[in-house]
Design a binder for this molecule. Sequence first.
Ligand code: SAM
Length: 464
Amino acid sequence: MQTLLGAPGYADFEAALQAPAPVSIRLKNAIRDFQHELPFEQPHMLEVPWHPLGRYLSERPVFTLDPAFHAGAYYVQEASSMFLHEALRQTTDLSRPLKVLDLCAAPGGKSTLMLDMLHPESLLVSNEVIRARAGTLRENLEKWGNNHIAVTSGDPADFTALDGWFDLVVTDAPCSGEGLFRKDPDAIREWSAAGVVACAERQQRILSHAIEAVAPGGILIYSTCTYNKQENEQNVGQLLDTGAVELLSLNIPETWGIVRAGGGYQFFPHRVRGEGFFLAAFRKRAEPAHRHTVAASFRSLQALPKKMLPALASWLRQPEQLRFFQTPSAEIVAIHSNLEQQYLQLDKHLKSKWFGTHIGTFKGQDFIPSHALALSDLCSPALPGIELERDPALLFLKKESFMLPEDAPRGWVLARYKGLNLGWMKVLPGRMNNYLPQERRIRMDVHGRRWTVDGGRRTVDGRR
Ligand code: SAM
């Protein structure tokens, strides 16, 4: 680090590592006005310079105790990594529908950021090679509520089959994590010189597949949360050596404190309010485009029989724009009809995948809505719902029972908090069944836990 920063810079860097890590969130675009409803100190919500919806919080709240967090009102994201917004704003034509691949996507920070920027008819393929992490990714994307997605769990090599298919490929690569030393003590314990070499080699392999997936003239983003040259600069150099890409430069105000280094943009914690991060942007040189043969039908999805369609309409916003399929386990999948061909192509080439929104199942003639539908922007706003105060909302999220008003609507009812859907309840005479999936319930003890205002600072249980 001393060689990278010089002696005075290094002293400042070292001092910054002793300071507390900043806390930041990114508001969801569709409900950006919701920030006024958040339980954080409003006057201190400073904006992240490189993201219009990024906000710094003056302390770390217990996000679990904010029902809006579970409804996907915001994403807790480290500020430096929100720089992807600026990189895309400057390099990518976001006014047209794009096919986008987030190659190393879990837990979903960059994917949710992109979903809020892309043209509404774009398709985002969000991939995570590690199966267990792909589950978390799917959960976070479900919470974000967009339908124009596919979540896949493939090795980067699997995307070679989709040669030149994507207009934009983001490779937020697994790395040695030097930029997380302040935020995450495990990053220090896990670091080793041999690990840096292994990460650099792994990234080189991932990037070699990523570049193949980019369309001629398309954009490739490479980012890490580390500083060393083997992982950042040398990989940028190797990509350029292939001759397949040109490096793109961005116009960055000096006041942001970002350093141009190794062909990319480097974030140091003593110069920005954020953790260590590196990003470089490339354009793939033009070459003859490849054509893909479209398979005749989905491999495992079956079209939903027409007679079942009327039962779905009232649950959905603009059902006429959707196509419905059934998985082998009888889950109903809704995809946007404009994207059917793209999904067909993905289905042909990729193995482990999940398309669009799984909206529910049929039990005989009755439709049983899924949790994903409650959180999705497909969910009809005309459906009955009950607005819950914070305490009952937390009990709902803990999958416990609580009192409903006498005049509560009956049947399938949405539990809502400040207008945001939290999940389904089935209200029956004298009782309510809570349909929050068991694995999504809050495990923390919420009883008696309160956000309290203490001298203008919000605290939990009176503790800071
Ligand atoms: N983009 C994510 C976000 O913004 O939330 C963070 C991605 S994290 C830096 C890198 C991801 O790459 C991890 O989820 C990790 O499981 C995955 N990964 C690990 N080994 C990989 C490999 N060989 N190929 C592709 N991805 C890999």
